[in-house]
Design a protein around this ligand. Structure first.
Ligand code: ADP
Length: 173
């Protein structure tokens, strides 16, 4: 059985095998959690992202897809970058957001990451309601782990008390 938990905190300090970045499709950094991850990881992370853009991801990472890099100076081994749907750009399909979680878990299995921390993807600049993100994220992760296993711990790391309560309520239900 896998453990799924929610904590309030900063994802950049999590001691897990992989943390997930709510990136944008350009992969070259941004605001919010993306900026915090790049600042804490240092320049090596950006170099790896640039290399991806110069190679297999010339057109950027599509919404809902995920890709792994190393983690620079972060206390984890991998950063898994995924791109949430941007509500302000009309990307309102919950399946796209669910796929961010399932593709990130698929990448975690590929690289052998047994513990994974997720932020509240799309709940910031990309404009999704926290309650919707909490429901979609917890349902997607639960279903995926029940079906495929292979990841021992999923930890949702929430930046606000409000988001923490929304995720906790979903996990308790
Ligand atoms: P998106 O563009 O996918 O909406 P954001 O980074 O704007 O991504 O926000 C996603 C969520 O991550 C928000 O709830 C935001 O408060 C939160 N967040 C920002 N910095 C951190 C951090 N260091 N650790 C965890 N969560 C963070």
């Amino acid at each position: 059985m896998s453990t799924i938990e929610a904590v309030r905190g900063d994802i950049t300090t999590q001691r897990v095998d992989a943390i997930v970045n709510a990136a944008n499709s350009g992969l070259l950094g941004g605001g919010g959690v993306d900026g915090a991850i790049h600042r804490a990881a240092g320049p090596r992370l950006l170099e790896e992202c640039r290399a991806l853009r110069a190679g297999s991801l010339r057109d950027g990472l599509p919404v809902g897809d995920a890709v792994a890099t190393g983690a620079g100076r972060l206390p984890c081994d991998f950063v898994i970058h995924t791109v949430g749907p941007n509500r302000h750009a009309g990307q309102t399909d919950p399946a796209d957001l669910a796929r961010c979680f399932t593709s990130s878990l698929a990448v975690a299995r590929e690289v052998g990451a047994a513990s994974v921390a997720f932020p509240a993807i799309s709940a910031g600049v990309y404009g999704w309601a926290g309650a919707d993100v909490a429901r979609i994220a917890t349902e997607a992760v639960r279903a995926d782990l029940a079906e495929r296993g292979g990841v021992d711990l999923v930890r949702f790391v929430l930046f606000s008390e409000e988001l923490l309560e929304l995720f906790e309520a979903r996990l308790a239900g």
